[in-house]
Design a protein around this ligand. Structure first.
Ligand SMILES: [Zn+2]
Length: 339
């Protein structure tokens, strides 16, 4: 038994650890309840009376040796890992970048806020739209030449043969859906994506955003239309902004107008951006055509209304002097970071 003890003593002395799990192996091997040293204490009862004192003493010494070694190794490990995990709590925190709203979304939020303040409610409609809502109900039957004004994406439909679908070419179908489901008075804006089969250039893109407005009530006139748009553009571009209407054509309004505002870069004096005219085109508008009212079962003798539409990309690009529409959708962080 004494030779066993000498062997264990040597093993304890030469045992070295570099991490916590090796230290734990040491503990289990020598000093745990089932460890080799503890087991030898159990065997003491089988030893003769004469030998017992010497063996007992030696065993106690080894137990103390192992426990001492365990404690000092544990301290040593704790010290070295403390060095590794040293941190300076006075250092400033690492910078992390926060995302932000896309430029078009920012413009959209600003526009919506202004219209909400004067009582317009935001409505929404599907981007995959029935041809009926996108064209027919807007006084644009299939034979109507004005359908060629918009290059349309027609969607193949093998499920429901009675309906034809398109990617909406404007947000105007939301007007139709709203008027079919609600009775006047109506005061809505509907912002959203629209799609046209255009060749992509610096000024055209196959997808862009429109904001559409509609106001239907008794005795709504052109004067109300001009008042609302004038209010909006003064809020959006500044108090000195003036607007003017130029005759135009849309199948769903009569009369129809193009909306111009005074150039906010030269204040109307004439510059490169406004091609020396002092005016910038910002959208279309008009009084709702009686045929559109008939299509949605509203009596055009009783109600009148106006509608207007604006392109968000155009308005945003003018505001920030952006020359190429494509840059808005290239996700270039160097560009987006500036706004
Ligand atoms: Zn100008």
């Amino acid at each position: 038994m004494l030779s066993d003890l000498t062997e264990i003593e040597q093993e304890v002395n030469s045992f070295s650890v570099t991490n916590a799990s090796e230290l734990e192996s040491f503990r289990i091997m020598f000093i745990s309840r089932n460890g080799r040293i503890t087991k030898l204490f159990d065997e003491l009862k089988n030893i003769s009376k004469e030998e017992k004192p010497a063996v007992g003493k030696k065993l106690n010494d080894i137990k103390k040796l192992a426990e001492g070694k365990y404690n000092s190794l544990k301290e040593k490990l704790a010290d070295s890992s403390a060095v590794k995990e040293t941190m300076d709590l006075t250092l400033p925190p690492a910078e992390f970048s926060v995302g932000r709203e896309h430029l078009i979304s920012q413009t959209l939020q600003q526009m919506v806020k202004i219209f909400r303040e004067i009582g317009f409610k935001v409505t929404d409609g599907p981007e995959l739209e029935e041809e009926f809502y996108n064209f027919d109900a807007l006084n644009t039957p299939y034979y109507h030449p004005s359908r060629d004004m918009q290059d349309t994406y027609y969607i193949q439909n093998n499920v429901d043969k009675d309906k034809k679908y398109v990617l909406r070419t404007h947000t105007s179908p939301v007007q139709i859906r709203t008027m079919l489901n609600n009775k006047p008075p109506l005061r809505i804006i509907s912002p959203g994506k629209v799609f046209r089969n255009e060749t992509v250039t610096y000024k055209n893109y196959f997808m862009f955003h429109q904001l559409e407005g509609l106001y239907v009530d008794k005795n709504v006139s052109m004067r109300d239309l001009k008042g609302v748009l004038s209010y909006f553009f003064k809020k959006f571009y500044g108090e000195n902004t003036k607007i003017r209407f130029i005759p135009s054509f849309f199948p769903f309004t009569e009369p129809s107008g193009q909306v111009d505002i005074t150039c906010f870069i030269c204040s109307g004096k004439g510059c490169k951006t406004c091609k020396e005219t002092g005016w910038l085109e910002v959208g279309g508008c008009g009084m709702v055509d009686p045929n559109v009212f008939k299509a949605v079962d509203i009596d055009p003798e009783e109600f009148t209304g106006f509608a207007f539409g604006m392109g968000l990309e155009r308005i945003t690009m003018m505001k920030y002097g952006i020359k190429d529409i494509r840059i808005l959708y290239q996700n270039d962080i160097r560009f987006l970071d500036q706004f």
